[in-house]
Design a protein. Structure first.
Length: 170
């Protein structure tokens, strides 16, 4: 299970992502408070938040987080790009969560669980280590959080020097 914990611009809550194996659907659980009808779409973006001592208004900008996570280069400007909630998950950008599951617009508090079969937590197109951005209705970035492992992460490194040479990082 991976989480994006939001605590910015007065918004508090989380996005939780769970996929038991690469062959299963991803369950998304969203619990957000204090939205105060200020926000709209939300997406997974390319990069995590940079390391900072305290979150600032500028930490969600494009230079830090990049654009929507779109590993299959879906053309969102094409006439065939579906309207929100208007098609199967594979026709949207991987990161376009609100188009697949609905906007946060006109909500004060939001709780929901969604099933998504185009939101991998495994492999090269995984959303782990990226970020969730909550936008204002005019698409301005408003709040963001990194998608990360819950708790501490242990890293193991094995270096081979002999007949086999290389490094494995787990």
């Amino acid at each position: 299970m991976f989480n994006a914990v939001v605590n910015m611009q007065g918004i508090k809550g989380y996005f939780s992502f769970h996929q038991p194996s690469p062959f299963d659907l991803t369950t998304i659980t969203v619990n957000l408070t204090n939205l105060d009808r200020r926000v709209g779409p939300y997406h997974v973006h390319q990069f995590p938040l940079p390391q900072m001592r305290s979150p600032s208004d500028s930490s969600c900008n494009n230079n830090n987080l990049g654009g929507h996570w779109n590993p299959f280069n879906v053309n969102t400007q094409a006439p065939a790009y579906p309207p929100p909630r208007g098609s199967t998950h594979d026709l949207f950008e991987v990161g376009d969560l609100s188009a697949r599951h609905g906007s946060l617009e006109n909500t004060n508090n939001f709780q929901a669980t969604f099933m998504d079969w185009n939101l991998p937590l495994f492999g090269r197109n995984s959303i782990v280590g990226r970020s969730v951005v909550i936008h204002m209705p005019n698409s301005t970035r408003f709040a963001c959080a990194s998608i990360s492992y819950p708790g501490e992460v242990t890293v193991a490194k094995a270096a081979f020097r002999g007949l086999v040479v290389g490094t494995v990082l787990l």
